[in-house]
Design a binder for this molecule. Structure first.
Ligand code: HEM
Length: 333
């Protein structure tokens, strides 16, 4: 398929999806808490330092939480809400169940901020700053975080399954899910670089190591030794669904560009990652993967910009109807 046809197809895919939220000019500012809670950045950083020092995996948990927050109703802390009689949270949605952790780290930061400046700092802002610090603390880039988000009074259980990409999604599906949030193909490829840290569960890469569609495709190979290693911990059926393997087997605890180098070798752990480089539809994504694999600074720069863009995804209603939760797990009574 030529690039013109590819673009046309993509436009059709995107235009049939209705746009609910976008990454456009929310009323956020860098000095939002300057007068009301001047220590906010320092306090979040300190807590994140403790969390990442005690286990570098915590950086990955927080970064993923922020992503799953922003893609469902905008960055509004909705992912942090627990189920109650009145509210069905997002934590038990199929895309999130058994796959999201790190809530206690956010609780701890929130408690600290509530004692320092009660009722001021939203959970959505805490998560956004904590995600930036998480990346920085494992060797990634720094960027300034615009602030002033409000917390939602609702959650999007069903929207979670619709909006969030999964390991089984093909490239076009992933691109359209990002475009629906106002994020470009470049944003998508750069943000996928988050998989340079953290783990995936067997249930999310079983198809890749046993299934037909990934392995038998010449365009999407995986090395024999690596494959045997993965198969020994992730059996073809029955059990071990939650057994984890690193997505970047070279430097799993370091935020660097080796994720892209792994894709060049056809060794991406989850199929949706390998698609960025190996899909026949991915002319542009392949070029971007090659660029970030060769040029770590280009990756860091784009990742920073795209994280700000993702962090700015808003649902305008939250600004009218939102609040600053006292406890990130529950809407204020
Ligand atoms: C491009 C589409 C994406 C897909 C299909 C995808 C899918 C996945 C899957 C299947 C896992 C493993 C989860 C599990 O097995 O429990 C995962 C983990 C992770 N994802 Fe993504 N993801 C995408 C984009 C992103 C983005 C944009 C970010 C953040 C900016 C992100 C951050 C992470 C992190 C840090 C982990 C590791 C979490 C941990 O160690 O527990 N992902 N992702």
């Amino acid at each position: 398929m030529g690039s013109v046809q590819w673009t046309l197809l993509l436009l059709v895919v995107v235009s049939i999806c209705s746009v609910h939220v976008h990454a456009s000019d929310p009323p956020l500012t860098l000095d939002y808490y300057k007068k009301t809670c001047p220590a906010v950045l320092e306090l979040v950083r300190k807590e994140m330092e403790c969390a990442v020092l005690s286990d570098p995996r915590n950086a990955a948990l927080i970064l993923r939480l922020h992503f799953h927050d922003c893609f469902v109703q905008g960055c509004d802390g909705s992912v942090l809400l627990d189920d109650t009689i009145d509210l069905q949270g997002e934590k038990e949605a199929p895309t999130n169940k058994n796959a999201l952790k790190g809530f206690r780290i956010i609780d701890k930061i929130k408690n600290l901020l509530e004692s320092e400046c009660p009722g001021i700092v939203s959970c959505a802002d805490i998560l956004t700053v904590a995600a930036r610090d998480a990346v920085l603390l494992v060797g990634g880039p720094y960027w300034d975080v615009p602030l002033g988000r409000k917390d939602s009074k609702t959650a999007g259980y069903e929207l979670s399954s619709i909006n969030l990409p999964t390991a089984a999604d093909g490239l076009l599906s992933i691109i359209s899910k990002f475009m629906e949030q106002g994020l470009s193909v470049t944003d998508m490829v750069a943000l996928s670089g988050a998989h340079t840290i953290g783990m995936a569960r067997c249930v999310n890469f079983r198809d890749r190591i046993y299934g037909d569609y990934a392995l038998t495709s010449e365009a999407n190979p995986i090395s024999e030794a690596y494959l045997q290693n993965l198969r020994s911990s992730c059996p073809p059926a029955g059990g071990e669904d939650n057994k984890e393997s690193a997505m970047d087997y070279e430097t799993p605890e370091l935020f660097d560009n080796s994720y892209y180098q792994i894709l060049l070798r056809g060794q991406g752990l989850i199929n949706s990652d390998q698609e960025l480089y190996s899909s026949i539809l991915g002319i542009e994504t392949k070029r971007l993967v090659q660029n970030y694999a060769e040029n770590p600074l280009a990756f860091f720069e784009q990742f920073s910009q795209s994280m700000v863009k993702m962090g700015n995804i808003t649902n305008p209603e939250t600004y009218v109807d939102g609040e600053v939760r006292r406890n990130c797990r529950f809407v204020n009574t």
